[in-house]
Design a protein around this ligand. Structure first.
Ligand SMILES: C[S@@+](CC[C@H](N)C(=O)[O-])C[C@H]1O[C@@H](n2cnc3c(N)ncnc32)[C@H](O)[C@@H]1O
Length: 222
């Protein structure tokens, strides 16, 4: 019997089996056990309002294949549908903005690919676009930037360089703002909140590495 077949998925009631481990080796090497959907949903219910708010930002530092991020995205998209369902233009832009507010870091390359693809499948299912659409290209840019391949503890990518995350803002009328920050600086920022150093944050610690011109979907895609 292969090592992969050796482990039982965690079940609740009669729910369909989910594959929560890939191999015993990976569990032992990386603590890779995915969280079942029912548990993800129970946990997100503890922060229900935040998980459903379109512009709330979530970072999952060891995101695996994105079980938490995918569920948060589903919740945000339900809000988008409810609030903007009548305007296709706003619905699409707000949906992409939901995706822009989700971040992940994952050590293993195959999980990174799966996580990005799972989020893409979710958003493209919602948008209902054809595969050659610029929306797909824009969503791809977003997941490649927001789901980082790297070590969440060292805060570096596989090349040993600092992890960089984009901060996206939706300005309305189809325009987005992007600024890139070093992940380490963002964590420093939260550590000085409420201290005497807080006044320094905007110009000393919380400084973007790069500020992009305001962009449309087409410009993000290209
Ligand atoms: C217990 S799994 C959880 C995955 C996901 N968060 C979930 O709940 O389904 C832990 C994940 O963290 C990843 N991991 C382990 N060490 C890491 C590190 N230093 N930085 C980033 N990811 C790491 C593993 O590859 C694995 O995918």
């Amino acid at each position: 019997m292969a090592a992969e077949d050796d482990v039982m998925p965690v079940l609740k009631g009669v729910a369909a089996p989910e594959s929560l481990v890939k191999s015993r080796q990976r569990v032992s090497d990386h603590g890779e056990v995915f969280t079942p959907v029912w548990m993800v949903e129970d946990m997100l219910d503890l922060v229900k309002d935040e998980s459903e708010r379109i512009d709330s930002r979530f970072l999952e530092p060891s995101c695996g294949s994105g079980n938490f991020l995918k569920s948060v995205l589903k919740r945000k998209l339900a809000t988008v549908h409810q609030k903007y369902g009548k305007s296709d233009f706003e619905k699409r832009h707000q949906a992409l903005f939901s995706l822009m507010c989700l971040y992940g870091i994952e050590l293993l390359a195959d999980n990174v690919v799966e996580c990005r693809q799972n989020l893409l499948d979710e958003i493209l299912g919602f948008l209902g676009t054809s595969p050659d659409d610029e929306w797909i290209a824009a969503a791809r840019v977003v997941v490649e930037a927001n789901i980082a391949h790297g070590d969440a503890l060292a805060m570096t990518n596989p090349e040993g360089e600092p992890i960089v995350f984009p901060e996206w803002g939706y300005l309305g009328v189809g325009k987005f703002q992007r600024r890139d920050f070093q992940f380490e600086n963002l964590t420093e920022r939260s550590s000085i909140k409420g201290t005497l150093f807080e006044m320094l944050e905007e110009h000393e610690v919380f400084r973007p590495l790069r500020t992009y011109p305001v962009m449309s979907i087409k410009e993000i895609a290209s």
